[in-house]
Design a protein. Structure first.
Length: 416
């Protein structure tokens, strides 16, 4: 019998998917996060970003293998369902992922309102209703169209970081002489500061996991998903480390750590116009919210297809071939969260949820590899595979970060 129900359109290649991954990973956070990491780690901040990139890379590799095994929009929920086959675990992980995306989107949109009010006075609720409605329409328009907008915005966003690096590039000549000050060596106190700040820096790498939720709209997912995930991780890590180095060399750790707009400060010190960086930061905020809305709507759609959520959410519009009901639901929840909760609460909830999701995904891969030592992926090939030590270390790293984050929020420990 022929299935007459419309399906998602496979319209995304490796370039658009990589730009999507870089866009959601870099997001708006790095435009303020550099200063916060430097405030804790000082001259060793580049090492903190490197350590965070390594920890994130463990889960990224696990995602790359699972994405080739199960190229479905349900992403993490699909992996946990395949590993454990229990409705409770599948639904819990899927909702955690959707929750992290929705709370992240709501948080950055509150940041958008703050930036917007520096340019023009608009009531917060009105700005939120307008921007959420616009992003929902873009998401509904079509996946290829949405991804092209994301791609263009991401290029501008990355371009802003490149502008900062370019403005301070002459100072890179001082890097060899400053390297001994940036490396913690055997100083345990400095290493404690690096580890503490790497937990914060880790948040700047969150986003690559959203790539797998686009699987049903990607051409040749067994090849393109791992490529996009690895490209995203490498590009983000190199940008973060280089940006941190030039920022420290440009204005020093004290000024950088105290600034609310650290990259604008660095750009201005290099002779650039700080208003340019502020404008790009606003665009980065909107781009991050759009990407999270795309991801969350696809995840709700995928879970509905698995029977873990109401089938109403699995509806696909016949004209645009996008999950219209899931988009409507996602936009509505984002708007409610943004209207009711402060940005600090939203960011905290999103971070803790992602850590639990990473731990669950790594455990799922360990279970699947043990159950099917030579399990074939769709199409009969083995696909992308990682050593078993990768998901094992991924579980330990994710749980350690989660415990640290909870302890810090309960006041049991304080950043070094």
């Amino acid at each position: 019998m022929t299935d007459h129900h419309p399906h998602l359109k496979r319209a995304i290649g490796p370039y658009l998917l990589s730009l999507y991954g870089v866009g959601v990973t870099i997001g708006a956070g790095i435009y303020v996060l550099v200063g916060e990491v430097v405030a804790v780690a000082g001259m060793a901040a580049p090492v903190a970003f490197l350590l965070a990139g390594v920890l994130a890379g463990l889960s990224a590799l696990s995602y790359a293998e699972l994405g080739t095994r199960y190229p479905m929009a349900g992403g993490e929920a699909t992996y946990v369902d395949a590993a454990f086959g229990t409705a409770g675990a599948t639904t819990a992980v899927g909702l955690l992922v959707a929750f992290s995306g929705i709370t992240s989107s709501a948080a950055v949109l509150l940041g958008f309102v703050g930036y917007l009010n520096e340019l023009v006075a608009v009531p917060g609720w009105m700005a939120l209703v307008g921007i959420v409605g616009l992003l929902a329409l873009i998401t509904f328009w079509g996946v290829a169209e949405s991804m092209r907008i994301v791609a263009v915005t991401t290029l501008i966003e990355v371009g802003g970081l490149v502008l900062v690096i370019g403005a301070a590039a002459p100072l890179l000549a001082e890097f060899p002489a400053s390297l001994p000050d940036m490396w913690p060596g055997l100083d345990s106190v400095v290493w404690l500061a690096v580890i503490s700040s790497s937990v914060l820096a880790f948040f700047a790498f969150i986003g690559f996991e959203d790539i797998v939720n686009m699987a049903e709209e990607v051409r040749r997912p067994h090849r393109n998903l791992p490529i996009a995930i690895l490209v995203t991780l490498v590009v983000s890590t190199l940008l973060y480390i280089t940006l941190t180095v030039v920022s420290i060399l440009s204005v020093g750790t004290e000024a950088l750590g105290a600034s609310d707009a650290p990259l604008a400060l660095v750009f201005s010190a290099g002779g650039g116009n700080p208003d340019i960086l502020s404008s790009i930061a606003i665009l980065a905020v909107v781009n991050g919210a759009l990407i999270q809305m795309i991801m969350a709507s696809r995840l709700l759609y995928g879970m509905a297809n698995l029977g873990r959520l109401p089938r109403w959410l699995a509806h696909v519009n016949e004209r645009t071939r996008t999950p219209d009901h899931s988009i409507l639901c996602t936009g509505a929840i984002i708007l409610v969260f943004a209207l009711l909760l402060p940005i600090e609460t939203l960011a905290s909830y999103a971070s803790l949820a992602v850590m639990l999701v990473f731990a669950s995904v790594n455990i799922a891969l360990l279970v699947l590899r043990r159950r099917h030592a030579r399990a074939a992926v769709e199409g009969g090939s083995v696909g992308f595979r990682v050593p078993l030590v990768v998901p094992l270390l991924g579980v330990l790293a994710s749980l350690a970060l989660f415990v640290f984050g909870v302890a810090e929020r309960l006041g049991l420990i304080s950043p070094v």
